[in-house]
Ligand binder design. Structure first.
Ligand code: GRF
Length: 211
């Protein structure tokens, strides 16, 4: 299975996918990394790993339909089977989501459906939740919506700041994203009635396994 990763920033989840796919036994390869930001740190990570990169700027390519057509063109050029959003900060339109339906996934730093959107960790702390985590899901038109492939939970600790909680969740993200991609690439996922049935992994990551 050929992966295309969409990024906008530092690309630590991209790095987790680079590390996972560098193992010959992993059932997917990284075909291309596409960024909408020329300065995204993740581009350097991809280049260091010898993975092709493309920049499609939403500022230069307008309107949105043209921007998304360029994204699709880049993904097709590299024969991408599965598109992984990893800190990609543009909302995708219905047309794009429909074109890539069930071949487009995202990682979000909360236990969806709680805390969709931005400032997730500050909102989780304000709400006083005792457990947070991350979710990998198929993308649908609504933001941070869609069938859930996998989730990992981490504890919220007293004295947490949004930054400390974010770092703990991020560590879980780096385990969860490759585990979910692996499950898809091995054909162990199917969507039934808006839910994802996963055979075998990914199992929820135990609280105790994460700081
Ligand atoms: C991650 O927390 C991810 O869940 C969210 O954006 C952040 C991206 O971080 N969608 P990185 O660029 O992968 O380091």
């Amino acid at each position: 299975m050929r992966l295309g990763v969409l990024i906008s920033g530092r690309g630590s989840n991209l790095q987790a996918l680079i590390d996972a796919t560098s193992d010959d036994a992993f059932p997917a390869t990284l075909a291309v990394v596409v960024s909408n930001e020329a300065g995204a740190g993740g581009l350097k990570r991809a280049q260091s790993a010898g993975i092709p990169t493309e920049i499609v700027s939403h500022r230069d390519v307008k309107p949105k339909a043209a921007f998304e057509a360029k994204l699709t063109e880049a993904l097709h050029l590299y024969k991408v089977d599965l598109v992984c959003c990893a800190g990609f900060m543009r909302l995708l339109s219905e047309a794009f989501v429909t074109d890539w339906k069930d071949r487009l996934i995202n990682i979000h730093p909360s236990l969806l459906p709680s805390f969709r959107g931005l400032d997730v960790h500050a909102r989780a702390l304000s709400a006083g939740v005792k457990v947070s985590g991350c979710t990998v899901h198929y993308v649908r038109v609504e933001m941070d919506d869609g069938p859930i492939i996998g989730q990992a939970a981490v504890p919220v600790l007293s004295g947490d700041t949004p930054e400390r909680l974010a770092a703990r969740v991020l560590e879980a993200e780096h385990q969860l994203y490759p585990a979910c991609v692996r499950a898809i690439a091995e054909g162990r996922t199917r969507i039934q009635g808006g839910r994802v049935i996963v055979d075998g992994e990914p199992r929820p990551i135990a609280l105790s396994s994460l700081r």
